[in-house]
Design a binder for this molecule. Structure first.
Ligand code: CP3
Length: 359
């Protein structure tokens, strides 16, 4: 298998790629959002000695952290250890990861005048070199055990971090831009979209075998705002990424769209050109199936907090969920990232249950 000019070890477990292409896998594939993270003692150990973005920008350390959950669990995919906020950083904004608080952007965008501070002419390959090199190194170190995901934040989610200056309960500052400065907002989203497309193409060239686009802040938007400011951009991301890869003679890879809280858009998303639609835990899998076009590959959606139950409860919850999704056209995952302090035994019970289904 080769992407661009890299030679990588042959892939041994292609279950997730098969499902994403609409083929039948040997078992239900499972991976876990934020699978490399603070519930793993070996992650906490490394994190003691390094700042978050120091890990992200060091290919050896990022590859090591990416591999930690793969060594421990029988997962069907890996996801590169990085963050969606590498894009605001590439554009020139400072981003800090504060323990116990999360991401902080000390100088957020306050008004359209501040857009001058963003450098959209940036060389994305230079600014994201740490993650791109980590992808290439991880592909080698994985020895073909499972495929590797690359990822990005979607433009609205990135725009909202750049305006809010961090996490927010309401996102009202960023949403205000959509109503106060619609033209500038649209231009900003278009400009971020172009950078995101470049970044995704670079990740595939570096060795990513699937891509996930995180629209984590869909949940703050009204259906109308989502239709106006997210859907066309999400469609453009998948169409353009694929066409640019084809133009360069590089094979396209399956793309997953995960719009957290975007139930109102499931049908549109299932027709938007993505191979897979991710669901959060607040929608019943049967309703998700009804809303999506027939044959859509769905991913999700167990409540991450269900993993705080004992292994028997985890097994029963996972089994009930899979029975609702059905075993076909399905990739198992949580409905959002795994929380710190999640018991490792629950993760094991979850994965075992998923793999116990006969296809
Ligand atoms: O899934 C993986 O294992 C890959 C790594 C990954 C991280 N962040 C590592 C991380 C991925 C895919 C992300 C995506 C990401 N980052 C999203 C989209 C997914 C989602 O959660 O909706 C968002 C919104 C971010 C921004 C971000 N980064 C937040 C809000 C936080 C703090 C929240 C928290 O859990 O503390 C981060 C920090 C972060 N990103 C951590 C990890 C492992 C924890 C940081 C630490 O070690 O201190």
């Amino acid at each position: 298998m080769s992407n661009e000019n890299h030679e990588f070890p042959a892939l041994k477990n292609d279950a997730i790629l098969k499902v994403a292409r609409g083929e039948k896998p040997h078992r239900i594939p499972i991976w876990i959002m934020r699978q490399a993270g603070r519930y793993l003692p070996e992650f906490l150990e490394i994190r003691k000695h390094h700042d978050f973005f120091e890990l992200v920008n060091n290919p050896e350390l990022a590859a090591e952290v990416t591999l930690q959950p793969i060594r421990r669990f029988d997962l069907d995919a890996s996801i590169i250890f990085s963050d969606i906020l590498v894009i605001p950083q590439a554009l020139g904004l400072e981003v800090l990861m504060k323990p116990g608080i999360g991401p902080v952007l000390p100088e957020p965008l306050r008004e359209p005048e501040d857009l001058k501070r963003l450098n959209f002419g940036v060389d994305v390959s230079v600014k994201t070199k740490g993650t791109l090199d980590a992808i290439t190194l991880t592909r080698k170190l994985l020895e073909g055990k499972v495929p590797l995901f690359g990822f990005t934040g979607a433009p609205w989610t990135l725009m909202s971090y750049m305006i809010e200056g961090g996490g927010s309960k309401t996102c009202h500052k960023a949403k205000s831009w959509l109503y106060k400065y619609p033209k500038e907002s649209e231009q900003l989203l278009e400009n971020i979209c172009e950078i995101v497309i470049q970044y995704l193409v670079l990740q595939v060239k570096a060795g990513a075998q699937l891509l996930q686009v995180f629209e984590s802040h869909a949940e703050y938007l009204s259906p109308d705002s989502f239709s106006k400011y997210c859907l066309p951009i999400l469609r453009k991301i998948v169409t353009e990424t694929n066409s640019r890869l084809k133009l360069q003679g590089i094979a396209t890879v399956p793309m997953v769209v995960f719009a957290k809280g975007g139930h109102f858009a499931i049908n549109e998303l299932s027709k938007s050109g993505y191979s897979v639609v991710g669901l959060d835990w607040t929608i019943d899998p049967k309703v998700g199936r009804q809303l999506a076009e027939p044959g859509t590959v769905l991913q999700g959606n167990m409540d991450p907090v269900a993993l705080f139950g004992d292994p028997e409860t985890v097994k029963a919850t996972a089994k009930a969920m899979i029975e609702k999704f059905g075993t076909e056209n399905y990739i198992c995952n949580l409905g959002h990232g795994i929380y710190p302090e999640t018991p490792v035994a629950s993760v094991e019970a979850f994965i075992e249950t998923v793999h116990s289904f006969q296809l």
